[in-house]
Design a protein. Structure first.
Lengths: 148, 158
């Protein structure tokens, strides 16, 4: 019986020491981050009017009716709203000779997809724009702006 | 509670003595081994020199189209007093051991928190503790735009 009481007393003292001296202090830590709205665009197809015929073409010619419209792929952070825009008109040139055309596309707002979305950028050219143009190959660059 | 425990222990001891008492009619002995264990509790108390809460902010913002591993840190000082003999470290941990997530509504970004499990400390001599949070690149490459956050509890003790 003596041993039993001695052991019991020791356990009690250790337990009391724990509650009296061991101390934990706590604080909150906030971790935060923002995911930015971002978009990247790349050209998948160039605009190609093919051969323009000042005599036999209609009043207006779309690139899509000749060879191919252009297309860009836009990838944006999921849910990012964006719109496309271009200059009202653009030109293709052959030396000093130029032909003015009009980009045709949808300017409606889009909701971004990480997987990307393709947008067709067609172009329209009036026959009057090349009625007197010298024969030859014309080219130029159209800037498409993605605003988000 | 303690008296109940004593009563229970006493009853068990009596039973044990009854069982272990050598019978007068039968000789012999038996032995057994008991395992003993103890937890040495640290004395003293540690506190944050500058009261919390603390913050870790990933800046600049995460760009899913340039999704690289990102880390951000915070450092704070801990001062300990009343340390007993043999206590030479402050223990730092967080509440819970679950995977950590930054969240924005139902959208989440997993992250990890690296904290020192212990840091050397002496009485009344503040020690700096640094915590680093890490987000791996592919954890946010598909994350929707917006602000994400999480709050956890950090503990310090001798």
């Amino acid at each position: 019986m003596k041993k039993f009481f001695a052991i019991t007393a020791t356990v009690a003292i250790v337990a009391m020491a724990g509650s009296a001296f061991a101390a934990t202090t706590s604080t909150d830590l906030t971790v935060s981050a923002s995911v930015s709205a971002a978009c990247v665009a790349s050209t998948t197809t160039h605009i190609d009017f093919g051969a323009l015929d000042p005599i036999n073409d209609g009043v207006t010619t779309l690139a899509s009716s000749k060879t191919s419209p252009g297309a860009i792929n836009v990838k944006c952070t999921q849910g990012t709203s964006y719109t496309l825009s271009t200059p009202a008109t653009a030109t293709i040139a052959n030396g000093a000779a130029t032909i003015t055309y009009t980009p045709v596309y949808s300017a409606a707002a889009n909701s971004g997809l990480v997987a990307g979305a393709n947008h067709t950028i067609d172009a329209s050219v009036d026959k009057t724009a090349y009625a007197t143009a010298p024969a030859g190959a014309y080219s130029g660059t159209l800037t498409v702006t993605v605003t988000y | 509670m303690r008296s109940k425990a004593l009563t229970t222990a006493l009853a068990l001891t009596i039973v044990a003595r009854l069982l272990l008492s050598p019978g007068s009619a039968q000789g012999g002995s038996t032995t057994d081994q008991l395992q003993a264990a103890a937890i040495i509790l640290g004395k003293g108390k540690c506190s944050f020199v500058t009261p919390g809460p603390y913050a870790i902010n990933f800046a600049p913002a995460l760009n899913p189209f340039s999704a690289i591993d990102r880390s951000a840190s915070v450092a704070f000082s801990v001062n300990c007093t009343g340390l007993g003999n043999g206590v030479s470290a402050v223990i730092v941990d967080r509440v819970g051991a679950n995977q950590l997530y930054l969240s924005k509504g139902s959208d989440t970004i997993p992250y990890s928190l690296n904290l020192p499990t212990s840091a050397p400390v002496t009485n009344n001599n503040p020690v700096t503790v640094s915590l680093t949070a890490t987000i791996i690149g592919n954890a946010y490459q598909n994350a929707p735009t917006g602000n994400y956050s999480d709050t956890i509890t950090i503990n310090v003790m001798p």
